[in-house]
Structure formats: C-alpha cells, structure tokens
Ligand binder design. Structure first.
Ligand code: TH1
Length: 814
C-alpha cells in the first residue's frame, strides 16, 4: 500500500502497542476482545502515532507565533478517520500485519469505523478538504465547528420513498476525539441590555449555556504538521438546574432548562442550500461563534498582549453566512467587554473576517427576523443596527440622493417584518468576499451582491473549490493511485497534483491503457458487490458506469437524468438501439426530509429502477441502482468506479459543485452544462473530453425571464412525450407523479424540458464514444492528467495568496 515513508514502527511494535491499548483502554485481552474492542484499541494505537507530530506542530506554532487561519463552519464532512490516519501516519502496512499476526481480520475491524456525518453535502465536505490541504501545506490553522450528537440522518428506502433514521454516530464512543472540559466557555442568550456610556452597553443574558470543546486531529500528508478541528458541544450550566423546583418535588421542571441547553448541539439541520429560519438554528450559529471567538482570543493571548496585533495574527474565514453573527459578537467583545472605541473595534473586525459565499439561490440566503434577534441576542441587534447606520452614511456620501441604492445595500430588509440580511452583514464586516468557482464569483458580482461589488470592487475574489487528492485518490482509489505512482515514480504527486500532467504521454501507451481499464473494471466489480448487497441490483462490471451523486435538489435536475433513463428503456423495448450501450445508471444522494418535490423525484427514480431492473428485455443493456445512504464512505466506493459524471444542473444555479472534480480525478468523463466549476473543468480537460449540452447561464436567465411554455416541448418531442406519459398513467406511475408532471408541464422552474433534447442527444454521443474503448481510455487518462488544478492544495494556495496572507510553519521532523 502507498504510504508515507518516514515511519519506523514494525509490526511487532504495533502489536505490542495494540495489546497495551486493549488492556489499558478496554480492560481486555485479545482472546476475549470483541471486534469493537479491537477497533477502539487499533484507533488509539494509530492516534498515538499522530500525537507526537501534533505536539511538535503545537511547539513550532508556539515558537513562531504565526498568523493563524481560523475556519468557522457549521458543517464538516470528515469521512472515516481510520483508513486516512493509517495512511497519513504510515502505519497501514504494519497495522495490517500486526492484526493478522493476532488472527484478526483487518477488514472486519475497519468496518467498525464510523464516519462523523456532521454536514449535509458539498459545503461540509469542502471544509474537510480545505483542512486536509491546510495541514498538508503546513499552514497554521484551526477548524471550528459543532459536535452534533446526531449527524446527517441515515437514509433508507421504504417502497422506494426515503425514510430517515437518526445518526447516533458516537454511540460506541469516538476514539478520534479528545475532550477538554477545562476549556469550556459560558455562552449567554436572551436577557436585556443597559446603556453604559458612549456606544457601550452591558448585556445581562437570561440564560447561560456551557460550550465544551473536543478536538480531532487533522494530519497533513507527507509532512510533520498535524492541525486540529475543534468541535463544541452544548451542556447545561450548573445554575440551570432549578433547585427551587427540585425542592418542591417538581423534578421534571427542575431539569427542563438543563435539557434545553443540551439541545443546541443535539442535531444537524438536514437542509442543504435552503434556509429554515428556526430559532434553534440561530442559537446553534451563535453558540458556535461565541465559543470559537473566545477560544481564538484565548489562543492569541498565549503569545500576544493588547489588541494591536490581533488582526495581524488572526484571520477568520466564514464558511457561508452560518457563522456571520461572529461579526457583531467580536464588536461586542471589543467595545463592551474590552472597552475599545467603536472605530477601533470596527477597524480590527473588518481586518479579521473574510467571507465565502457558496450559493446564488435566493432561498439559501439567510435572513433573520429582527424580532427573533431582539429576543435571543438583544445586544447583537443593537450592534447590527449601529453597523448598518454607519455603513449607510458612507453609502449616502458616496451616492448622494440614491435612495434605491441605500435600500439595496442595507443590512436590514424593510417591507413587512424587518429582517437582517446575513450576507450583507458579512460583506460589510469583512475585508474579502469570495465565490467558489469563476462563473459563480462573476454572477455574484453581477446579481446577488452587485451593489456591493460596484461600491467595493477590490474586496471581491474568486477561489475555485478543490478536493483532497489524498481522500479521493489515495484512500478511495488505491488501484489508480498505485498505477499513477508507478508511472510518476513515487507518491509525491499527491502533494503536487499538477504533476498529473506527466500522465499525458501515458495515454498513448497501450499497455498503460490496458492497466488503466483493468483498475476501473476492478473498481466497478467492487461497486457491483455493494449494489447487490445494499440495493439488490446486479450490475455488469463491463457496463458504462454512469454516476449522479449529490443532494437531491430540483435545480440539480435528477429528474432530467430519470427522463433519459426512460427514453433508453423505451428504445430498448422497441428494439431501437440508438444511443444504447450497456449502462449502469447509479444514483446516490439524500433529500432534506421536508423537501417534498425532491422526494417525489427520488420515488420516481426508485420506481424506474424497479421496473427497468425487472424487465428481462432491458436488463442486458440497462440497470439502475439507487444506492441508499450516500455519504463520504459510499462516495469512496462509487467514485473510483465511475466512467461518466453527471453534472446537469440548470446553468447559473450550482455555485461550484465538487463531485464533478472528484469524478474527473478518478477518470470519469463529464456530461454537463456550463454551470459552476464545470466551466473550468471543461476549459482544462478540453472540449473533446467533456460532453457539453444545454443552455448557458445567460440563455437560461433569458428564457426564465420571458414567457416560457414547457408544454410545447412535450407536444413537439415524441420521445419526451412518451417518457412523461409513462410516468403519469404508465409503467412508472407512483405516488406524487401527477404533481411532479403537473409542475413540469406548467411551470418547470428549472427548465428541464427546455434542455431535454440537447441532453438526450448528448447522451447518444456518449454512447458512441464508449463503443471505442481504446479512445475512451485515452480520454479518461487525459482527463485525469489535466485535472490537477482541482486539488484543494491549489485552493488553499489561492486563499493564502489572495486573502489570508499566511505563511507555512513547518514543524521539525521526527
Ligand atoms: C454548496 C453549493 O450548492 C455547491 O455548489 C458548492 O460546491 C458547495 O457548497 C461548496 O462550495 C452549498 N451548500 C450549502 C449548504 C447550506 C447553505 C448553502 C449552501 S451552498 C446549508
């Protein structure tokens, strides 16, 4: 197995350590150990091998007193830790030998590693990929987040419909985390404020909650750095135990406030790219921010005095608007608690924060009702009003008499109930704003944040997302990693992904192509085994593996994918094999539990799968597998097997997308629209290696602006009509199909019908290309050779250069 070389442990030493941990941490012996005992002991053993590095990293940071990046995010999708940490600590091979020497099956033990699903989708996984790259690049950084008791729900299908089960991920204990109750923070909510002279006030909270941190190690690959992610868990403050109620025998009432405190970190909101505006969500956001800022200040004070150096030593990246309440919170600390003048506090604040926007969807832009803020965080609302007041004075001076501009820029949304626009607060309170792909960053400045971009153009940046090649090649696809390493001579390319360009010549080598195909086939076999056991579908390992993995959302247009599958079904049934090659159509993804429209598409996909898979005429050509409970672990299995990557969102809707990058780097060719990072993928891999179809963002916006009649497409396109008819009364009828089709024929908000013909024809070109396996393999190899740009190492370099201005601090080697 490929791994870091500077490790000295032998299998015997690992065996000794493992037995030691089994005895000391689990109180048992190898003879009587359960699989769980062995897993926990192994995890602790591997963890021990990272601890020395962590301590050296901390020492180096303490000595250098460098500028730190603090990444604030409500979500992290870390993926399983064991496999990664074995590889990063260089103990994978020795640990395997040690387990085998003890008569233990390594696979059985590894299967017990649970992925902490502390996120919904791309935004949370991006946070994990950036932390991985920060550590790999030796950048001093800490990730802050919430330690949800329940992560993203587990998905099952009942009668084809999504059913959710709670994710009690740490039930057996999480061996990767270190709890630090002594670093706990007291966080206030509710209550009232009293003026205290000038701009100062005293806030007396009505309720106090404790934030208890734990940290998990974030090792770099091929370097000594081990950073951390610090996650906060809410606990009740002792004073919330109501002794008077207790004394009166009302035990339930006595503990009520205590229980309420804990609910703050109880569960992750399972909504991706939509906003619910619930009080508990705002509480979570403030809890994360308040705990983290106190911790950041504590860390700053270890080596610095006063506030003069704060903005030189600290940069705080806000991952979307979820942690934006940090801006008024820092102002509150500086003005009310530290006694700084407003102007000085504001100058510090504006030099500390930077904001990443991840969306263009209006329904994802957070706004909080003023009434809710006044109740929950009264002092913060006052501060927000004052920030807005000062800001609007600046605007008025710059654009005299332009009332409309004031209205568009204001942090407060008027008209009906006043609301606080968190994106506006974010832009006003930070020194840099960035979008997550070139197209997205441009659209942000032309639409959502246009008035801001006009006023402060230099504050706007683009930083195109990236993914960790360690997670999605080294860990997920060892076969391809070995093949590439053999060609490139060693594994250094995993830290320098531009070196993949050296594979370009290998595309012309028939022997290399044969090996490439063999790896992909092996991966498809592994996926087929999984599809059989988890979805009861038998996939042909030689069929084109056609993959769509992402959250279910109307704008992502899984429905378009399903319509094409129905077209193929109809063609096969009538003996027309145009565009037909053996295909495995694979779906993965969850829908927010309350998102009924997305759930209807999901049920339809499962219904189509059932009919298609059961039809003996069709089965030789087409199979549909909807693999339940898509998560990072499942992604690691699906992505390496993929040949075709479905990136078919309506242009102008997907900010970036990241599965497009993961799939491209694993040798899948993309079929897609000019949306999000697809644009840059196509620029890099070349038009020959990208199946482009459909409207671009400008055309889509124009069509949406005018009168749009989806029914015309239905009437004029015979295949489309047949497909839709098969959904209402035909073989694919299922609950909600009438609603789904009704919306499609009357509104079709995401222009599915307008792009249908272009998509189907483009899929025919895919099939044609697949028939020439040698040529397909050449394209697949070139695709990988040209995708080095999409490493999260490059993303982190961009942030470091354009926004953070931080330098690496390499720790001493062991
Ligand atoms: C996603 C975007 O939809 C996706 O295009 C992008 O690749 C990814 O972020 C990483 O940048 C978003 N996820 C969320 C989740 C919530 C709110 C807004 C967004 S945008 C809860």
């Amino acid at each position: 197995m490929t791994q870091v070389s500077h490790v000295r442990a032998t299998p015997t030493e690992i065996e000794f350590e493992l037995l030691g941990n089994l005895a000391r941490a689990r109180g048992t012996t190898v003879e009587s150990a359960s699989a769980q005992d062995l897993y926990q002991a192994l995890a602790l053993t591997v963890r021990d091998h990272l601890i020395d590095r962590y301590i050296r990293t901390t020492k180096a940071h303490y000595e250098a007193n460098p500028r730190f990046v603090y990444y604030l995010s409500a979500e992290y999708m870390l993926g399983r830790q064991l496999g990664q940490n074995l590889l990063y600590s260089g103990t994978a091979d020795v640990a395997r030998s040690a387990l085998e020497a003890l008569g233990v099956d390594p696979a059985e033990v590894a299967a017990l590693d649970v992925e902490p699903g502390l996120g919904n989708g791309g935004l949370g996984r991006l946070a994990a990929c950036l932390l991985d790259a920060l550590a790999t690049s030796d950048i001093p950084a800490v990730g802050y987040g919430i330690r949800y008791d329940f992560g993203i729900f587990k998905q099952e299908f009942r009668g084809g419909a999504q059913a959710e089960r709670p994710d009690d991920w740490a039930y057996y204990g999480n061996p990767w985390e270190f709890r630090a109750p002594d670093d706990q923070q007291h966080i206030g909510f509710y209550g009232s404020t009293e003026p205290a002279g000038g701009n100062r006030a005293v806030w007396t909270p009505g309720e106090t909650v404790l934030g208890e941190p734990s940290h998990m190690l974030v090792p770099g690959y091929g370097t000594g750095t081990v950073n951390i992610i610090r996650l906060w868990r809410a606990r009740s403050a002792p004073e919330s135990f109501d002794l008077s109620q207790f004394g009166a025998g009302r035990y339930g009432e006595a503990v009520e406030a205590m229980v309420r405190s804990g609910t703050i970190s109880a569960v992750l909101y399972p909504d991706d790219s939509t906003e619910l505006g619930r009080e508990l969500r705002l509480k979570q956001q403030y809890f994360l921010v308040a705990c983290s800022l106190r911790d950041i200040i504590r860390r700053y004070r270890l080596r610095n005095d006063g506030w003069d150096a704060f903005a030189d030593k600290v940069v705080i990246q806000l991952n979307d608007t979820h942690p934006v309440i940090a801006i008024p919170e820092l102002m509150r600390i500086l003005v009310d608690e530290e006694g700084l003048a407003w102007e000085q506090a504001w100058s510090i604040t504006r030099r500390v924060f930077a904001y990443t926007c991840h969306t263009l969807l209006p329904e994802a832009l957070e706004t909080w009702p003023v009434g809710l803020l006044r109740r929950l965080l009264p002092r913060h609302l006052e501060i927000i009003y004052l920030i807005n007041h000062v800001f609007l004075q600046e605007v008025a001076a710059l654009y005299p008499g332009d009332a409309d501009r004031l209205r568009r820029l204001s942090i407060i949304e008027e008209g009906g109930e006043q609301r606080v626009r968190m994106a506006h607060l974010a832009v006003v309170g930070s020194f840099a704003v960035n979008g997550v792909a070139a197209l997205h960053s441009r659209l942000l400045t032309e639409t959502t944040l246009r008035a801001f971009a006009e006023m402060m153009p230099r504050q706007f940046h683009n930083v195109t997302n990236g993914i960790s090649p360690r997670r999605f090649l080294l860990v997920a696809n060892p076969g391809l990693t070995r093949l590439i390493s053999a060609r490139l001579g060693g594994t250094d390319w995993l830290r320098d992904l531009d070196r993949l360009a050296e594979l370009e010549a290998a595309a012309g080598d028939p022997d290399f192509r044969a090996r490439w195909r063999a790896v992909k086939r092996r991966n498809r076999q592994d996926l087929a085994a999984h599809a059989l056991s988890e979805a009861g579908v038998s996939l042909d390992p030689d069929a084109l593996c056609d993959v769509m993995i992402k959250r279910f959302h109307e704008y992502k247009r899984q429905l378009l994918r399903v319509l094409h599958v129905i077209v193929l079904y109809h063609r096969i049934k009538r003996g027309d094999l145009t565009g037909v090659v053996r295909r495995s159509v694979v779906f993965g993804g969850k829908a927010a539990p309350g998102y009924h429209a997305a759930k209807r598409v999901m049920l339809l996909a499962n219904t189509v799968a059932e009919v298609v898979n059961a039809d003996p005429d069709v089965a030789p050509y087409l199979k549909v597998a909807f693999l339940p409970d898509y998560n990072v672990t499942r992604a690691e299995l699906i992505i390496p097997a993929a040949d075709l990557s479905e990136q078919i969102s309506l242009a102008g809707k997907e900010a970036s997308g990241t599965s497009n990058m993961k799939l491209a780097l694993n040798g899948a060719l993309t079929i897609g629209t000019l949306d999000g990072a697809n644009v840059e993928i196509r620029d890099r891999v070349g038009a020959d290696n990208f199946f482009l179809f459909g409207m671009d963002a400008t055309e889509a916006a124009a069509l949406r602006a005018g009168p749009y009649n989806p029914r015309t497409y239905y009437e004029l396109d015979e295949e489309l009509r047949a497909a839709i008819d098969a959904v209402v009364g035909g073989p694919f009828a299922c609950e909600g199909a009438d609603l789904l089709v009704g919306e499609l024929l009357t509104r079709d908000e995401y222009l599915t019908l307008a792009d249908f013909r272009a998509y189907v024809d483009c899929q025919d070109r895919v099939a044609e290309a697949w028939r020439d396996q040698e040529e397909w393999t050449r394209r697949s190899i070139r695709n990988v050779a040209r995708s080095g740009f999409f490493s999260s190492d490059r993303t982190v370099q961009d942030y470091c250069r354009d926004i953070w201005r931080v330098e690496p601090v390499p720790p001493g080697r062991d």
